[in-house]
Design a protein around this ligand. Structure first.
Ligand SMILES: C[S@@+](CC[C@H](N)C(=O)[O-])C[C@H]1O[C@@H](n2cnc3c(N)ncnc32)[C@H](O)[C@@H]1O
Length: 259
């Protein structure tokens, strides 16, 4: 089946790219798992939970274990992301959720709203399907998230493709800590914010190169040009590691609980 998740440029044809990016945070101190944060913010005893943009299902596993009496449904617009996810699952778009008004106890939208072309419409859908008093949990990146690696990748991309080339972090800015509250407060009376921050110290070039490869689909060029981008990035990292033991940056995530 053709995959067309608008806004994410085919990055979610399969789960490998996302898994590669998440593994970079194994080097984060203090260690924290965003799944634990979301689990702690869930309402008690939900009966129906939708994880919209569930990806490869890392939140689903935990929520199903924590709430065995609940139906916890994984929803994603990209069928390939769901290939290894246990049912109940559904291919659907956040802007048109196939559930009746006021039928759901909790909706999760974790690190996905920046991909949705009409964010206000998706947030409106979350409000529509939630029961009165139901809970929406949202996560995204802070505005200053991962500044150093994104600057490094942007230098490599622009060295090959020119100074005005689109860089992958631009899409995340569609919905980050700077503008998320505006979208959420427009639809929910109560919006609480929780932030988690850690220092990522990467001891070798490989995980940073793997991350750059994982965002290949966002870079509009042929494979030969992308190979040149990789070569520029690798050379810069070689110089960096000749002078430093680690490549350091802050990884910060913000969670919103909306009711
Ligand atoms: C960064 S991944 C996050 C996955 C998961 N929530 C997590 O945090 O591990 C974004 C996910 O949102 C999905 N997605 C993008 N646009 C969507 C849309 N309009 N409706 C539903 N899912 C969408 C993608 O296919 C992808 O699986």
């Amino acid at each position: 089946m053709a995959v067309n998740v608008e806004g994410s440029k085919g990055n979610y044809a399969h789960a490998g790219n996302l898994k590669s990016r998440v593994s970079l945070y194994d080097y984060r101190e203090p260690q924290f798992d965003p799944v634990d944060v979301a689990a702690d913010l869930m309402p008690a005893d939900p009966r129906l939970v939708l994880d919209v943009g569930c990806g490869h299902g890392r939140y689903l596993k935990r929520l199903r274990a924590d709430h065995p009496a609940a139906a916890v449904v994984g929803i994603d617009a990209a069928p390939g992301m769901l290939s290894e996810v246990e049912p109940p699952i559904m291919v659907a778009d956040a802007r048109a959720i196939p559930y009746p008004d006021g039928s759901v106890d909790a909706v999760l939208a974790m690190h996905m709203l920046y991909h949705v072309p009409d964010i206000a419409k998706a947030v409106g859908e979350f409000r529509r399907v939630l029961k009165p008093g139901g809970t929406l949990l949202v996560s995204t990146n802070t505005h200053d998230d991962m500044a150093e690696p994104y600057a490094h990748w942007a230098r490599a991309i622009r060295a090959v493709l020119g100074p005005d080339t689109y860089i992958p972090s631009a899409e995340v800015a569609n919905f980050d800590s700077a503008n998320a509250p505006d979208y959420l407060e427009a639809a929910f009376g109560s919006v609480e914010r929780f932030e988690k921050r850690g220092l990522v110290s990467v001891p070798e070039p490989r995980p940073l190169m793997d991350y750059l490869v994982s965002i290949r689909s966002y870079v509009d060029c042929d494979d030969a040009a992308f190979d040149r981008i990789l070569a520029v990035a690798a050379a810069e990292l070689e110089s960096h590691f000749a002078a430093h033991d680690v490549f350091e940056f802050e990884k910060a995530i913000v969670f919103y609980r909306c009711r």
